[in-house]
Design a protein around this ligand. Structure first.
Ligand code: PGA
Length: 265
């Protein structure tokens, strides 16, 4: 089954109103191949700029929040809810990014609760998982990511809700380090995750669910990665703040393959 290409950007805690207008103009001016027009292109911006980003984002590209809480309102100082995100005209949220896990101590349980609650409130979710370097070196990569996906699957629950979930496999050691996973390393984990979905959720969901890779993706390395059978797109941090993001969006287009050849000459 052909899965729709998913290209996610994650601006993290970067940008100003003026910089966002500038980045949206760069995206607007990009040249996109035919396969790109079919893709989901979704950019995570700081919560305070959600409406501003929606206003300036080119048509056909969508906006995501980078986090949300697990209830819709109440005494939770500093948090934002799925209802507030939707009220700003935003339909996606990134949940469980490794920075939320590592810096802010979010647990598998809390992340899973947030995923379930965001889906309950009609948001689509980019759910992030991934192992640390220490875990990989200890041979525990799949133990870690299967535990993370298991927690998420428990709150997605219903097979029909998986259509609104994109799994982002982002090895922590590859995020922001310039040390991208090799295509073999990424494909190995993606294939195992898909097998896990077949066994625990069902073949149909496994075949339809997008599993995207994140961690030091650039315009130069994206084309090899996207050719792997179980890599359905990317979640891009640093490069999403640069014009290079257009090359990543075009990772499957003929034009960008040609330019990859000329890049190497
Ligand atoms: P990076 O970040 O592309 O800068 O490595 C990826 C991410 O954090 O989603």
């Amino acid at each position: 089954m052909a899965r729709k290409l998913f290209i996610g950007g994650n601006w993290k805690m970067n940008g100003t109103k003026a910089k966002i207008v500038e980045m949206c103009q760069v995206l607007k001016g990009g040249q996109y191949g035919a396969s790109t027009k079919e893709a989901d292109i979704v950019i995570g911006c700081p919560a305070i700029y959600l409406e501003h980003t929606v206003k300036h984002m080119p048509q056909g590209m969508q906006v995501a929040a980078q986090n949300c809480y697990k209830v819709n309102s109440g005494a939770f100082t500093g948090e934002i809810s799925p209802a507030m995100i939707a009220d700003c005209g935003v339909h996606w949220v990134i949940i469980g990014h490794s920075e939320r896990r590592q810096v802010f101590g979010e647990t598998d349980k809390l992340i899973a609760e947030k995923v379930g609650f965001a889906l309950d409130n009609s948001l689509k979710v980019i759910a992030c998982i991934g192992e640390t370097l220490q875990e990989r070196e200890a041979g525990k990569t799949f133990d870690v990511v299967s535990q993370q996906i298991q927690a998420i699957a428990e709150t997605v629950k219903d097979a029909a809700r998986w259509k609104d979930v994109v799994i982002a496999y982002e090895p922590v050691w590859a995020i922001g380090t310039g040390k991208v996973a090799t295509k073999e390393q990424a494909q190995e984990v993606h294939a195992k995750l898909r097998k896990w979905l077949v066994a625990k959720v069902g073949e149909q969901v496994a075949n339809a669910t997008r599993i995207v890779y994140g961690g030091s993706v650039t315009g130069d390395n994206c084309r090899d990665l996207i050719r792997q059978p179980d890599i359905d797109g990317f979640l891009v941090g640093g490069a999403s703040l640069k014009p290079d993001f257009i090359r990543i969006i075009n990772c499957q287009s003929e034009g960008s393959r040609r330019s990859s050849v000329s890049d190497k000459q």
